[in-house]
Design a protein around this ligand. Structure first.
Ligand code: F3S
Length: 106
């Protein structure tokens, strides 16, 4: 499956949602995740993300591997998102900031 990682947090552009043929994205207040049970491994969402937040599970660094479990866990808690919306208002401030995980609202 593909996995959403740290760069999404507090940006949440949501362009990834519109291209997903599997309706696999789930929405929290400041992060999106991919439901691994729905992802069809097409990879279409990867180039859509302006924050380069989405990776194939097999391509994750050791430091990001915990996002596999996090996406799976949050996907069962969070609702579907089927259409893109405006990014979070202060996305520019947060773009590219490291270690945003501490700000994740789960
Ligand atoms: Fe997040 Fe990128 Fe989608 S910032 S909401 S993974 S387009």
């Amino acid at each position: 499956a593909y996995v959403v990682t740290d760069n999404c947090i507090n940006c949440k552009h949501t362009e990834c949602v519109d291209i997903c043929p599997a309706d696999a994205f789930r929405e929290g207040s400041n992060f999106l995740v991919i439901d691994p049970n729905e992802c069809v491994d097409c990879g279409l969402c990867v180039p859509e993300c302006p924050e380069e937040a989405i990776f194939a599970e097999s391509e994750l660094d050791d430091s990001d591997i915990h996002f596999v479990e996090l996406n799976a866990d949050l996907a069962v808690k969070w609702p579907e998102i089927l259409e893109s919306k405006e990014p979070l208002s202060d996305h520019q401030k947060w773009s590219g900031q490291p270690e945003k995980i501490e700000f994740l609202v789960s």
